[in-house]
Write a protein that binds this ligand. Structure first.
Ligand SMILES: Nc1ncnc2c1ncn2[C@@H]1O[C@H](COP(=O)(O)OP(=O)(O)OP(=O)(O)O)[C@@H](O)[C@H]1O
Ligand SMILES: [Mg+2]
Length: 371
């Protein structure tokens, strides 16, 4: 029984005999197909530009008078905007078939193998596959937007907690320290109490420093006040102080107005990479290179440590590496981690900050190249 579906089909075929055969096959399986016909590439292009979303499927002969082979596939794929394309061809070259599939066509059928059933199956599978791909893309978009929102909420929450720790407890402890100092100076305090009060002032000082450190780790004030570059400088110098690992920072970029979400995610990726070096790498040297190529930032963090074990590298289950990848995804960055045993690790990510206007064309740090 013929399929009653309303399939809009564009057949791009220069040979009238082949077109007649395809039409016959279509009519055998589909009750009322809506068939359009283009005898060459240019006409197909015109039809597709007017009726962009009209067709459910495109059947494409690979040797047209005005275009053939791979360039023909590439152009048709581009103008079809995701509609499934089935190639019908006389070439029996399998490598070519595989290559054309990798270019994005849905199926590749040899004209010698063509029957009405083969064609019908291919059409139905291609249309269904496209629906599944579209549904997957939509759900991936939703998941990504959800992850983005969660990430923003997390960062805002960290920022709020950091502010409260700093403003509330910080102020209270500073007040306490001042009171203790005043008490120490007061004439009525016995000298035996003085050393106790000095110890209390020291304790309060330590607490203030711990609070500052915790608040800064939650959300570095510097990133909000001075931006990404200053924050990375601070991060690297803190890392060097804390670990004693020789760290070279090279930044070749302008102080640009970068979107805050981008800045904080780039910072967090660098922060995790340096934390990992502290915890796992046993490195003696770290190189951080940040370069700007017309608004495309390339950030490399290179250590000379023990390297990440291949099984962990290819299948990370712990949060750090996964988070880095997720953050990179959120900001549309490409993140590559390469590592080999005893040969150190390179974390590289490339992110487009284009569209952000430069507010200062000078280099931001005079000693960018400390190498
Ligand atoms: N620079 C590095 N050098 C050597 N090994 C590394 C390096 N970075 C990561 N690793 C290895 O990769 C593993 C996974 O790193 P990841 O950051 O995901 O987890 P973690 O640091 O162990 O824990 P978490 O980040 O969740 O606190 C680490 O346990 C470590 O074995
Ligand atoms: Mg980690």
């Amino acid at each position: 029984m013929a399929d009653k579906g309303e399939y809009a089909i564009l057949v791009i075929e220069d040979n009238p005999g082949d077109f007649a055969l395809v039409e016959e096959f279509l009519l055998e399986q589909i009750e009322a197909p809506i068939i359009s016909y283009a005898p060459n590439f240019n006409e197909a292009k015109n039809i597709l530009s007017v009726k962009t979303n009209h067709f459910d499927i495109i059947l494409l002969d690979l040797s047209l008078p005005d275009k053939t082979g791979i360039p023909l596939i590439q152009e048709i794929i581009e103008i079809c905007l995701g509609r499934p394309v089935i190639v019908l061809t006389g070439y029996s070259d399998l490598t070519f078939g595989v290559k054309s599939l990798s270019l994005g066509i849905s199926d590749y059928i040899l004209k010698d193998d063509l029957t009405s059933l083969v064609l019908y199956k291919s059409i139905v599978y291609s249309i269904e596959r496209r629906k599944i791909v579209l549904a997957l893309e939509t759900s991936e978009k939703r998941a990504r937007s959800f992850a983005k929102q969660l990430n923003n909420i997390l960062e805002e929450e960290r920022s709020r907690i950091a502010r409260e720790i700093h403003d509330e407890f910080g102020q209270q402890l500073s007040g306490l320290k001042m009171s203790l100092s005043a008490l120490k100076r007061s004439t009525s305090v016995k000298s035996t109490m003085e050393s106790l009060i000095t110890a209390m002032v020291d304790d309060v000082d330590h607490s203030i420093q711990s609070l500052r450190r915790i608040a800064n780790e939650l959300r570095p004030v510097i990133i909000d006040k001075l931006g990404l570059l200053a924050a990375i400088e601070w991060l690297v110098s803190e890392f060097e102080k804390r670990t004693g690992i020789t760290s070279r920072l090279y930044m070749d970029l302008n102080r640009s107005a970068i979107d805050k979400t981008l800045e904080i995610n780039i910072f967090r990726i660098c922060q995790e990479a340096l934390t990992n070096i502290t915890k796992h790498a046993k490195a003696t040297m770290v190189n951080i290179r940040i370069e700007n190529n017309n608004g495309v930032l390339s950030i490399k963090i290179i250590d000379n440590g023990v390297g990440i074990k291949p099984d962990i590298l290819h299948n990370p289950l712990s949060m750090g590496l996964l988070n880095m990848k997720e953050r990179a995804n959120l900001i549309g960055a490409e993140l590559n981690i390469s590592s080999a045993p005893q040969q150190g690790t390179i974390i590289e990510f490339i992110v487009n900050i284009n569209g952000e206007k430069n507010i200062d064309s000078r280099r931001s740090f005079s000693d960018q190249d400390r190498s």
